[in-house]
Ligand binder design. Structure first.
Ligand SMILES: [Fe+2]
Length: 230
């Protein structure tokens, strides 16, 4: 969405979010990063104004987010700890995501439960931070899950107590983009090995091109989130 400081520059994002909120009031929304354009305070305020409409009356969220390189970095290329901390303070916490992204290496997990008669359906949403907290622009432009986050993810997807749950994994960087040092997810191969046949949907962002892969890497749906899965 790349929210800017001036709401005149956010008309498309605001209009799209308002449309989704009105047309799909009982759906959940997943946003795969680059919510702000360069992590300025007013950009997060503007984003929060639209995203906070996706909250239930009991204060629980219907919107789930992860950070992109533009949320943590000036121009998307220069990592700033100040901006990363601000993302958590102004969006992750206020949108009640149940965890934080900055500085820790564990995924943010939420479980949605739907009860219809005797049937209980549980869906696990797993959000990753694939930004590299590096001051060097060459490193920061691309993404990485990181060993610690990957180990934590492995524990989550292998946990037998969650085997009945559908699992949706989402993060910012493109998992199939190789040989592009400024775009690729450096440890995509390790990530895909970890989640092989263990999650139901993977969503990502970063490159503004929508695409859908079915039954790749043992995963039913992998997509850029411009696709809405009915
Ligand atoms: Fe991005």
């Amino acid at each position: 969405m790349h929210f800017h400081r001036d709401n005149n520059d956010n008309k498309d994002a605001i209009k799209s979010l308002d449309y989704i909120q009105q047309a799909y009031p009982n759906h959940y929304l997943i946003v795969t990063g680059d919510i702000a354009d360069d992590g300025h305070e007013e950009q997060f305020e503007n984003a929060y104004s639209s995203l906070s409409k996706f909250m239930n009356s009991d204060g629980t969220p219907k919107v789930f987010i992860c950070p992109g390189n533009h949320d943590f970095g000036a121009a998307g290329n220069f990592y700033s700890e100040e901006r990363a901390v601000r993302f958590d303070a102004m969006l992750t916490k206020t949108l009640r995501q149940g965890g934080t992204f900055t500085g820790d290496s564990t995924p943010v997990v939420n479980i949605l439960k739907e009860i219809k008669g005797a049937i209980i359906t549980e869906v696990m949403l797993i959000a990753l931070d694939t930004n590299i907290e590096s001051e060097h622009p060459f490193d920061f432009a691309c993404g990485e899950v990181g060993e610690k986050q990957l180990a934590a993810l492995k524990n989550i997807v292998l946990n037998p107590s969650t085997s009945h749950m559908k699992k949706i994994l989402f993060f910012h960087h493109h998992p199939f983009m190789h040989n592009d040092p400024f775009m690729e997810l450096k440890d995509a191969r390790d990530l895909l090995r970890t989640i092989y046949s263990r999650v139901d949907v993977v969503m990502f962002g970063h490159k503004h091109v929508s695409q859908l892969w079915k039954l790749r890497n043992g995963i039913p749906y992998i997509c850029n989130p411009i696709y809405l899965l009915a």
